[in-house]
Ligand binder design. Structure first.
Ligand SMILES: Cc1ncc(COP(=O)(O)O)c(C=O)c1O
Length: 374
């Protein structure tokens, strides 16, 4: 199905739910957005402090492609050439660069995405003058490769994927992503793979698309979720060698560069943070998934158990995931979440709960009591 321009800018819906919850005259458990509530690693704060005391020389424009040491650290970790890495303002800008590049190649105007989908992809496609086609996911929220293949055509400029996935929690197999790289190549399109939740894999199966090393695949991610710093705005894209220069030009014309203090703090965090930090955050989320879903079992609700990322989709019988119902939940239970309809049609009967709060037990109890009494 093709989107019309009117429903493509979904941010107001996120904003509307957040504002509605903020205006509520009661205590609210906030499960709308993916803003980590956990601490960043200690080295991040230390890096930021050290930066603040530095020479004013270091307060000036950084190299447009990113601080050399950060770029080098990223390239080493990812096994790619440093020249392929552009440090961006979050995965948001990295995705923008990949999608803009795809639509700029005179190879079509269509962007293929899954349904449900992170709403900024269709919004950005419209902004860039392209058209979105949504393809329903298959079992357990996984991308349906055959349906994507059937939908791809000469007009397809890009296929945009997100794994681990927001909102379904699916972790796609590398084989599926590789097949989609082939599908994209067959119609001269780019595959953009957004891996912003790469540190939140509970399945043990996640493998980054950078390992495919294809000349039509752009991989994006950021430190927003991994280090609990969505406000820092540091991410990156790994481009195929032939595409990096055009993307760098666009990045320079839009931003000049990504923020230097934030890059310095991220570099310090990468250098000093042991794997135990990431593991402990994953443990926290695993615990929240278990607690929240156990209480949902007790409430008799259907739900998705995420293989990755930190969202749970829940279906309450006779209570579809509309904005009105989400507002009703805020008023009647004091639990704020996102309508499934914000992500498309496939899960529009569902409601998405973000696990970025330590009050998931309380939220589930409130929901159970509410639906029990209906
Ligand atoms: C799928 C997806 N991509 C990108 C982003 C934005 O990431 P960043 O903060 O790195 O721009 C989000 C944020 O929630 C997301 O869910």
């Amino acid at each position: 199905m093709a989107d019309d321009a009117d429903d493509a800018y979904e941010e107001p819906l996120f904003q509307r739910v957040i504002e509605y919850a903020a205006a509520a005259d009661r205590d609210i458990v906030r499960m709308v957005s993916g803003h980590p509530d956990w601490d960043p690693p200690a080295a991040l704060r230390e890096g930021l402090r050290a930066y603040a005391d530095g020479d004013p020389e270091t307060f000036q424009y950084p190299p447009r492609e990113g601080l050399p040491a950060l770029r080098g650290e990223i390239a080493d970790r990812r096994g790619v050439e440093e020249s392929q890495v552009i440090v961006t303002n979050g995965a948001a800008e990295a995705n923008y660069l990949g999608m803009a590049e795809a639509l700029d190649r005179d190879s079509g105007a269509e962007v293929l995405v899954t349904d449900p989908v992170y709403p900024y992809y269709p919004g950005r496609t419209t902004m860039l003058g392209g058209e979105t086609t949504r393809v329903s996911v298959g079992d357990n929220g996984h991308v349906d490769v055959d349906a994507m293949r059937a939908a791809a055509s000469g007009d397809t400029a890009a296929i945009v994927l997100n794994t681990p996935n927001n909102p379904t929690g699916a972790v796609y197999s590398l084989e599926a992503v590789a097949e989609l790289a082939d599908v994209a190549a067959d119609v001269d399109a780019l595959l953009v793979v957004d891996e912003v939740y790469d540190h939140f894999d509970f399945s043990g199966r996640f493998e980054s698309a950078v390992t495919l090393d294809r000349d039509n695949v752009v991989v994006t991610t950021s430190f927003s979720k991994a280090l609990g710093i969505t406000g820092f705005r540091v991410g990156y894209a790994v481009f195929p060698a032939d595409l990096v220069e055009a993307a760098l030009t666009r990045h320079t014309l839009v931003n000049i560069a990504a923020s230097r203090p934030a890059q310095a703090a991220v570099l310090a965090a990468l250098e000093e943070t042991p794997p135990a930090y990431y593991e402990s955050v994953r443990d926290t989320i695993r615990g929240r998934i278990d607690d929240f879903t156990a209480a949902l079992d007790a409430a008799g609700a259907a739900y998705t158990t995420p293989e990755g990322a930190f969202y749970v989709l829940v279906r309450f019988e006779g209570f579809p995931g509309t904005l009105a119902n989400v507002q009703r939940l805020i008023d009647d239970t004091g639990v704020a979440a996102m309508p499934g309809a914000a992500f498309g049609e496939t899960y529009d009967g569902w409601i998405r709960f973000s696990l970025c709060t330590d009050r998931v037990d309380e939220a589930a109890d409130r929901l159970a009591a509410y639906f029990d009494g209906r």
